[in-house]
Design a protein around this ligand. Structure first.
Ligand SMILES: [Fe+2]
Ligand SMILES: [Fe+2]
Length: 294
């Protein structure tokens, strides 16, 4: 582990003069797609947070608004549902009314390796109720991805070198198309990040593990949305377009909705991951409550 994690004791809590170390549970949720994704999130997330003693929820919400982008009202809604840090990917700027939120919110980040004049921030620090802070950054991969971006590895390195030494828990998202680029990020950050997870491909991978130096890693969280689909879109439309070459509207699908992600337990003193578990919750919840009608 790097020097900035050593010797601080910021994660130690004193009770009756006795020091003990806090462990944290961090839930990372994959790309929330359209109304189906929002629906399962609204029901499943509060229950997960309660039953699994979750201290911080990080979710990629780049596909939340009709399958592409995020609106200001959805940002507010997701905060009410219990998402602590919302992240965006290549669809970050699809909805113009999110720009003011990007400019002022510390709970919403877009890829850090975008052009320097892009609205918003690429990283943030979330302070948990138990005390320890969690630094979160998201970057875009560069292989088969738009828009063109700076080197994601160098962007993370610069950010890590500037983090205050008392921030021991570091989460990095790499939003990319190519598995190798994401696996490489895991190895690049092993021992320097607590969690590295991939997003964007909307397909959960089965390679979750804690790397030798304490970094929890998975190549893709999978999406939170309809799996009776092609990556969340109506399969008949996508298949037809691929067969004929004729463009059609790729509407968000509706069937087999699931919430997907990982739950990671972190030793807050060292920042090392202790365990990583894939999460998949099917949407068996009835309509009602704070329903998804917009
Ligand atoms: Fe994406
Ligand atoms: Fe996505």
């Amino acid at each position: 582990m790097p020097d900035r994690r050593d010797g601080g004791g910021a994660a130690r809590r004193a009770v009756s003069g006795v020091l003990f170390v806090v462990d944290l549970n961090i839930l990372c949720i994959g790309d929330v797609v359209g109304r189906p994704g929002r629906h399962v999130l609204s029901h499943a997330l509060p229950r997960l947070v309660r039953e699994r003693d979750v201290d911080c929820v990080i979710a990629n919400v780049e596909n939340a608004a009709g399958g592409s982008g995020l609106t200001a009202s959805l940002y507010e809604k997701f905060a009410r549902y219990g998402i602590d840090v919302q992240t965006l990917g290549d669809h970050a700027f699809k909805r113009g009314d999110i720009f003011p939120v990007l400019q002022k919110s510390e709970r919403l980040i877009r890829p850090a390796n975008m052009p320097s004049h892009a609205p918003g921030r690429g990283a943030t620090v979330f302070v948990t109720e138990k005390g320890p802070s969690i630094a979160v950054m998201t970057v875009l991969g560069r292989l088969y991805m738009k828009p063109p971006t700076d080197c994601p590895y160098a962007a993370v390195d610069r950010w890590l070198s500037a983090l205050p030494p008392n921030v021991r828990i570091v989460v990095v998202e790499i939003h990319g198309e190519v598995t190798a680029e994401k696996v490489a990020m895991g190895w690049h950050l092993d021992g320097r990040a607590s969690i590295v997870f991939g997003t964007h491909t909307h397909i959960p991978t089965a390679d979750e593990r804690v790397l030798p130096n304490g970094t929890a890693y998975i190549t893709d969280l999978g999406m939170t949305g309809p799996y009776d689909s092609v990556l969340g879109r109506r399969k008949d439309r996508v298949v037809s377009t691929l067969l004929t070459g004729i463009p059609s509207a790729f509407e968000v699908a509706t069937g087999d909705v699931r919430l997907c992600g990982i739950l990671v337990r972190i030793d807050a003193e060292s920042g090392r991951a202790q365990s990583i578990e894939r999460i998949c919750v099917p949407d068996t919840f009835p309509d009602g409550g704070e329903n998804e009608t917009d």
